[in-house]
Design a binder for this molecule. Structure first.
Ligand code: HEM
Length: 432
């Protein structure tokens, strides 16, 4: 991959370019892909190896599956709200737990029954991988990886990181694999799609492990970071917080009767829906999408782009094209398509490689945003620099005060909690 020049295409033609669906990744990344990912993390796999995984992952976008996932997301969000009430200072940790639990239920089928140490390892793996992409000069000049190993002093460091990631994945995968083989696994992406005989997935056990854990990691961590960004937006733009809450109150509060927002409220809450795009525009969760490659000659906006051209989607540049780009203004997206998150929007990438979990993410974010705002006032608990999101830290990234809005809201959360507990204890353990 050799980016030779830079051409700013802008965001306005996004739908046009996306519709061509002719992007693939043929770019080699000897560090991020080969050494750190054993060549098997789907998001940076090359076209041919990637296709089989993508065929299988498409099930994540099916309407009937999304309904099941919505139930899981509603359930897990109740646990998140309860944790916010009990330990408000650990808000960032509750966001992480919610995002990870949702993906664990979807992919592996179980509620999140992991120890703190296992969760920390898992988060470290994800953060390490994400910060590896586009980081090493070897990935920009892949021919360096053809040098004799003795002349590649960087190899050892990255290979060790890759071994650690593989070990952690194995610890998460083995129990699920065993439960599926024994016939005791609950419904999940792994049981019902990936390892199901009808799917005829052609990868071996290791391929399956990387696919399942890639989906979990890509989905969980991007969702976590986006919720953190949303919290930052709320504490620095109180007017947006008030406006969203008014919209949610209109739907969920009637006199003294309260109910939690539901997934089915999405169309009734255009401002909250628009917050999804605006959060991802304001401070993009994936600032630079992994490289794409044009597979046929393309005439685009007066430019000729030959087949084989490698290009990057630079989310930060696209985001800054807007009026008042540094302001958080969800209303800029209210055009009737605010609830369809990939319409005219690049935050989930594009073309054939577009994020396969964007609908899962849309649901997870909507329910988290709406429920957090319905139940909590969010404000800064110290000085804030809204450009420092500190996504890479496992500690509090910026100081936040989350205050439950009233005793009635706290009670509502407690009343919903037994449903979550029941779903957890059915698996032989209780929520910690
Ligand atoms: C706010 C949350 C999310 C953001 C911002 C996000 C963003 C992205 C981006 C930018 C890409 C690369 C697309 C491209 O190359 O054009 C991607 C790929 C991917 N995402 Fe997401 N994503 C999110 C949530 C999820 C969720 C919830 C899942 C799983 C359910 C998921 C699974 C994946 C996978 C598996 C890939 C690789 C797809 C492939 O290899 O074909 N993501 N995501």
């Amino acid at each position: 991959m050799t980016p030779a020049s830079s051409l700013c295409m802008g965001h306005r033609q996004w739908d046009h370019s996306q519709a061509r669906e002719d992007y693939q990744r043929e770019t080699q990344m000897p560090i991020a892909s080969d050494l750190v990912s054993n060549g098997k993390r789907t998001v940076i796999r090359q076209e041919e190896e990637w296709q089989e995984g993508r065929r299988v992952m498409h099930q994540l976008l099916s309407g009937s599956n999304l309904k099941v996932y919505a139930g899981m997301q509603e359930l897990e969000s109740v646990d998140m709200l309860r944790r916010y009430v009990r330990e408000p200072d650990l808000w960032f940790s509750h966001n992480f737990r919610y995002a990870t639990s949702v993906l664990y239920r979807i992919v592996m089928g179980y509620p999140l029954n992991k120890t703190r140490a296992a969760l920390d390892d898992y988060q470290r793996v994800t953060i390490e991988f994400v910060t590896t992409i586009n980081r090493s000069y070897v990935d920009f000049f892949p021919s360096l990886s053809k040098l004799p190993h003795l002349l590649q002093p960087w190899r050892h460091y990255w290979a060790q990181m890759g071994s650690f990631h593989r070990r952690v994945f194995q610890q998460w995968w083995d129990p699920i694999r065993a439960a599926v083989s024994k016939g005791s696994a609950p419904p999940s992406f792994v049981r019902d799609v990936l390892l199901h005989p009808d799917t005829r997935y052609s990868g071996d056990d290791e391929e399956a492990m990387y696919l399942a854990t890639s989906v979990m990691a890509a989905g969980g961590d991007n969702t976590r970071m986006t919720i953190n960004t949303f919290i930052m937006a709320m504490i620095t733009h109180p007017e947006a917080q008030v406006r969203a809450r008014e919209e949610i109150d209109r739907v969920c509060t009637s006199g003294r009767s309260l109910r939690l927002p539901r997934m089915s409220d999405l169309l009734e809450m255009p401002y909250v829906a628009a917050m999804i795009k605006e959060t991802l525009r304001w401070r993009p969760t994936v600032p630079i999408v992994p490289p794409h490659q044009v597979t046929e000659n393309l005439e685009f906006d007066g430019h000729f782009i030959p087949a084989g051209t490698v290009f990057l989607i630079n989310s930060i540049a696209l985001s800054s094209e807007f009026d008042n780009a540094h302001e958080f203004q969800p209303e800029r997206w209210i055009d009737g398509s605010e609830a369809r998150t990939t319409n005219n929007f690049w935050g989930f990438g594009g073309g054939r490689r577009i994020c396969v979990g964007w609908k899962v993410a849309e649901q997870a974010l909507f329910i988290a945003f709406a429920r957090l705002l319905y139940c909590f006032e969010l404000s800064p608990r110290g000085p804030i620099d809204n450009e420092r999101l500190n996504h890479q830290t496992v500690n509090e990234p910026f100081p936040v005060k989350a205050t439950v809005r009233s005793a009635e809201h706290a009670l509502l959360i407690e009343e919903e909690a037994p449903k979550y507990e029941a779903s957890f204890s059915k698996f032989g353990s209780t929520a910690k």
